[in-house]
Design a protein around this ligand. Structure first.
Ligand code: DAH
Length: 351
């Protein structure tokens, strides 16, 4: 072995070390530089160790040079560390790093007012033993209508202006799809899948083929409710909905049930609360009636029970459905439903 290649190696190491040092400007970079050249397995350390195998003559010349190189690199490191320290304290002194500066605020998002209201409504029912479940927004005509005792060509279909989906089931022209017009189709879906007792609430988006105005949107949110078991009565329904009204609108609310027609319940009812704004005296919010209608409800129609394989002579139940936007508008005094979906953060930020 001649001293030629070792010397070349030595020069290369020093050159690389100096070059790399140029770009090392953090304490971490300096440490990794030290490890890769002067550390126990560093390039220069390994070279120094290999000198042992040289002849005495060679060791003397190359060894001396290698030791000099080592001293140089150590000095370089030392200088660089000093410089870095000075630079840091200079920056601190100049106040460029103001460690007393308050952190930048991270903008926090929040839940949409309708999401908040959905959760509040569901929580009221969940605390009374209901489960919350969700269902498909693109629905079969069967679940949206027929299973709910609303046969094709029955005038009751006019109660829901429907957005049909332009799609035909290849296996049957008769099976049509639509954007669900209400959350009621989940009544049949849930009952088909489970045996009584059933107690569910179903929040979700629904769609209507309708022009928007201050109180109508072509899409909005409903919460459906369903309770089926042996011996469930209209009184259970009144008690449950009374409790709900108190939780959402205050413990001094009165409730009123009046006859109404929905094909999937019998008897059917509309539920109202006395106006919380005027305590029933009559004002703009209750349109001078003293009452505010908040949902439809009723005893599940025997035909609906029969259709899902529940024996109507054994099981009875009640169902209800409410519009979430309407509840939120009443609660917060919002006069135009379209504000919920205009994506104006100035509006949304208030909730
Ligand atoms: N699905 C009805 C609608 O959208 C609301 C409704 C009324 C739901 C009565 C019910 C009910 O479960 O019993 O107009």
């Amino acid at each position: 072995m001649t001293d030629q290649p070792l010397q070349t190696d030595l020069e290369a190491i020093v050159r690389d070390a100096r070059g790399e040092m140029e770009h090392s400007s953090t304490p971490e970079a300096l440490e990794s530089w030290r490890v890769s050249y002067l550390g126990r397995r560093g390039r220069l350390t390994l070279l120094l160790r290999s000198l042992a195998s040289l002849s005495l003559e060679e060791r003397r010349t190359v060894g001396a040079e290698a030791n000099r190189a080592k001293a140089q690199l150590e000095q370089l490191l030392e200088q660089r560390q000093q410089a870095l320290k000075q630079e840091t304290s200079r920056l601190l002194q100049e106040g460029r790093i103001d460690v007393t500066l308050p952190g930048r605020p991270v903008p926090l998002g929040r839940l949409h007012p309708i999401t908040q209201t959905v959760r509040e409504i569901c929580a009221a029912f969940v605390s009374m033993g209901f489960d919350a479940v969700e269902g498909p927004e693109v629905e079969w005509e069967h679940y949206n209508f027929d299973a709910l005792n609303i046969p094709r060509d029955h005038p009751a279909r006019d109660m829901w202006d429907t957005l049909w989906v332009d799609w035909t089931d290849p296996t049957s022209q008769q099976r049509r799809m639509l954007l669900r017009t209400h959350t009621s189709p989940m009544q049949a879906r849930v009952m088909e899948k489970t045996r009584p007792p059933v107690r569910v609430v179903v929040p979700g988006r629904v769609y209507r083929y309708e022009a928007s105005d201050a109180t109508h949107e072509w899409h909005f949110t409903q919460v459906e409710g369903l309770a089926v078991d042996e011996r469930i009565t209209f009184a259970d329904m009144k008690g449950t909905l009374y409790e709900f009204a108190h939780r959402i609108f205050g413990a001094d609310r009165k409730v009123r049930f009046r006859c109404d027609y929905f094909p999937f319940v019998e008897p059917g009812a509309e539920m109202a609360i006395d106006c919380f704004a005027c305590q029933g005296k009559g004002c703009r919010i209750c349109k001078d009636t003293g009452w505010i209608e908040i949902m439809g409800a009723g005893m599940v129609h025997p035909k609906v029970l029969d259709g899902v394989g529940y024996d109507p002579s054994v099981y009875t139940g009640f169902a209800f459905g409410l519009g979430v936007e309407r509840i939120a508008m009443l609660k917060y005094g919002i006069e135009d439903i379209r504000l919920f979906y205009a994506n104006d953060v100035r509006f949304l930020r208030q909730f």
